[in-house]
Design a protein around this ligand. Structure first.
Ligand code: RNT
Ligand code: ZN
Length: 416
């Protein structure tokens, strides 16, 4: 039965000029960077008990969140099992294994992340990294690298440098280059008098952080802009244009977060332009609902517009795919799995796009283009997706969920 259905689906796609097996091989080589912060509501493992801040907000009180590095590793390893393919894990600096000691941000070293490296080695996965510019007394008023206070800037510059070094250690120890992504919250709630000064300070601070060059085989830096945050509604120093220009002039990766724009502004149309000028991109695939709400990624039009741009620009090797959402209202492990599987489905759909769509455009037959685009929305994608899960020895849509419920019952709910 299964064979018949798959053969039929393969036939369906062959008819429109798509080789399903080639698409599945390509999909198998795609790595998604799974964000550590979905596992514990961006809490981290510092023992300082700081509120989140930085304009970030997590809502929900689903039981069972990870409280220690070991618990987070156990949860993430489960999630990775239910996500077909080989993926990566994306750590924040506040997630070090600090052993109950207070280690300030300007003192983090690879020592605090060795248990993560061991874990990654065991799983055979790569690690990515992020300096943490929030949830800290020196970021309490929401200003870090662009602060008017030189001491504050110095502190956060040191943090940034150390994080790149940790990233490079990840890269060299794991044999796969780490992407260290910089996002800072700095901005004003209300109308600023000076928009220029903070941006100049941020440029100087970033240039200082990036002064030492690091072998790209070990670490690449990315910079992430934003339109606004809670408490920085009127002005964000590190805006989209700011980092686009910074990345372009400094040879850094630009990180586009799909939740960091006006609700109707999609990052999909920015990808082809960025790739025309820049060596690559980092994506934080997220789902904003009315604002930068960081909802779990689902297989919707926005997502598909993004994944088709990456695929149709032939840029799967130049775009680092990361997830960025944090939802505490549902099972956190399931959140990872649903978000990552959705992103992979988006890539699969893009890989299965018939060449005829582009050919119709070249022929200036826009009616044919539209008709084929619409036809493909009902194509048997789900059958091919199931086949991918089977080939990757991952549980299917109906099965992973049951295992996840068992894990919830046997592990997560026992954490109370
Ligand atoms: C914040 C940025 C940033 C964070 C993570 C936790 O708006 O999107 O990427 O979500 O660093
Ligand atoms: Zn982000």
């Amino acid at each position: 039965m299964r064979e018949t259905i798959i053969d039929w689906a393969r036939e369906y796609f062959a008819e429109v000029g798509v080789d399903v097996d080639r698409a599945l091989d390509r999909l198998a080589s795609v790595s998604i960077s799974l964000q550590c912060w979905q596992g514990d509501d961006v809490g981290g493992f510092e023992s300082t008990g700081q509120a989140l801040g930085g304009g970030l907000a997590v809502t929900g009180a689903y039981p069972g969140k990870a409280r220690t590095p070991d618990e987070l590793r156990s949860d993430a390893a489960q999630a990775l099992k239910w996500i077909p393919g080989k993926h990566r894990f994306n750590l924040h600096a506040s997630y070090g294994d600090f052993g109950g000691k207070v280690v300030d941000r300007d003192a983090v070293t690879i020592e605090h992340f060795l248990s993560w490296v061991d874990w990654a080695k065991e799983l055979g996965i790569g690690l990515d990294f992020n300096p943490t510019y929030f949830a800290h007394p020196k970021a309490a008023n929401g200003w870090t690298l662009a602060s008017a206070d030189e001491g504050i800037r110095e502190f956060w510059i040191e943090h940034g440098k150390r994080c790149r070094d940790i990233g490079a250690e990840f890269g060299s120890r794991l044999g796969t280059s780490c992407c260290t992504n910089f996002w800072i919250p700095d901005g004003f709630k209300d109308t600023p008098a000076d928009r220029h000064g903070p941006r100049k300070r941020l440029i100087t601070a970033l240039d200082e952080i990036f002064r030492e060059s690091i072998d790209e085989r070990y670490n690449v830096d990315a910079v992430e802009g934003k339109l606004f945050g809670i408490g920085s509604e009127s002005y964000v120093v590190g805006s989209h244009e700011f980092y686009w220009s910074y990345a372009l002039t400094r040879g850094k990766l630009l990180c586009l977060d799909s939740g960091h724009f006006h609700p109707t502004e999609s990052i999909a149309d920015k990808i082809s332009t960025a790739l025309a000028y820049m060596p690559g991109l980092m994506l934080h695939v997220s789902r904003g609902v009315r604002w930068d709400s960081d909802h779990i990624v689902t297989w919707n039009d926005d997502l598909q517009a993004i994944t088709r741009e990456v695929v149709q620009n032939d840029a799967l090797d130049r775009v680092r795919l990361g997830l960025d959402f944090f939802d505490a209202s549902v099972n956190r492990v399931a959140a990872w799995v649903i978000g990552a599987r959705s992103l992979l489905k988006g890539i699969l759909a893009a890989l299965l796009e018939p060449p005829g769509i582009r050919e119709a455009e070249i022929d200036e037959d826009l009616t044919r283009r539209l008709a084929l685009q619409e036809r493909m929305k009902m194509a048997p994608l789900g059958v091919i997706w199931d086949e991918f899960c089977i080939r990757q020895k991952t549980l299917s849509e109906s099965e992973w969920w049951q295992s996840c419920r068992d894990y919830e019952k046997n592990v997560l709910l026992k954490r109370q």
